[in-house]
Design a protein around this ligand. Sequence first.
Ligand code: V47
Length: 383
Amino acid sequence: MSMSTSGFQPHHSFQADDQALLPIAAKVQARERLSFEDGVALYRSGDILAIGWLANLVRERMHGNTAYFNVNRHINPTNVCVASCRLCAFGRKKGEAGTYTMALEEAWETAASGYTEAVTEFHIVGGLHPDLPFEYFMDLVRGLKVRFPKVHVKAFTMVEVAFLAKRGKMTIAETLEQMKAAGVDSMPGGGAEIFADRVRHIICDHKIDGGEWLETARMAHKMGLRSNATMLYGHVENDEDRVDHMIRLREVQDDTGGFQTFIPLAFHPENTMLGHIPKTTGMTDIKQIAIGRLMLDNFPHIKSYWQMVSPKMAQIALRFGADDVDGTVIEEKIYHDAGAVTPQGMRRADLVRLITEAGREPFERDTMYRAVTRSEDSFTVAV
Ligand code: V47
């Protein structure tokens, strides 16, 4: 029987150079959950083709040949931040040179600027500003909803929610309730970093701890807000810390089902207090995507964020476990302050080409992974 040379092909048999992967492969093929030890064994293996094959098997079981992207815009209302995380090149202390805080009008203008294609999502994150009142953030969201009623607002990380709650003397639940009422539709996955205390003390000791991040996510999910989850790798963490991070996410997901996407973020050292740490390499980046897909069996999506790992690496990742490349972004600040050399945004057509040339079928999604159809300057979401 002849097989077509293009398009989607069924799988053949598994081959590994590293025999330590065989029991893991058996589990993946039997759809069994991988253990902590399995996760560590995957990191310790250099057999990237075998690991990638397994991750791709899972990815294609879940999503076939589809690769998701969206047309989104980032808005970072302020870079003033009370935390001084060693991992971060974006935040500045109040009064320092280079700080900015957008007036509400400015934030709404920013939302409308810099693109010709209608965006379907605003991704809003920023510094932990010591003085901006909770109502500033709620007015920001309400104003966006008035001006762009069709656009999904994915706003405020677990870290920002915990900070705003403390500042406003509210519980996490009350804070989330008010965010929802103002028009927040879902939450991004930032601030998770690495949950292990030892690492958190070094890279971000002013942030809520790992347990608090997870409990805030759990609460958000229980209140009907979906979220993403990130993991920052390539600094002082070890393999065990990474596996621990993913298993803790997997446990919350078993309980809530509220996580949509796992996004591993490669650490960019430039202009941070950890500037001596070398940048991640291609092998680390691609392995991280594949192991994420294999460990997080209950996460629907794995995103290779092109801004973080470069468009070229994101494209390859689509065959190593990732099913999503994020979106147009338009104006990225956080990694560009940390020395990223990628463009600050991409056009829709560039993302489509990147996906098509990986042999995948581009699928424009909204934040909830529903199909988007568009004309020149407007869009419709399938319900
Ligand atoms: O939490 C900060 C990271 C995150 C650096 O949910 C750095 O769809 C590398 O979470 N080098 C914020 N990383 C970004 C984020 C995100 C991005 C894209 C999509 C989604 C989503 C979420 O950026 C922070 C931190 O982990 N970060 N500084 C740095 N120097």
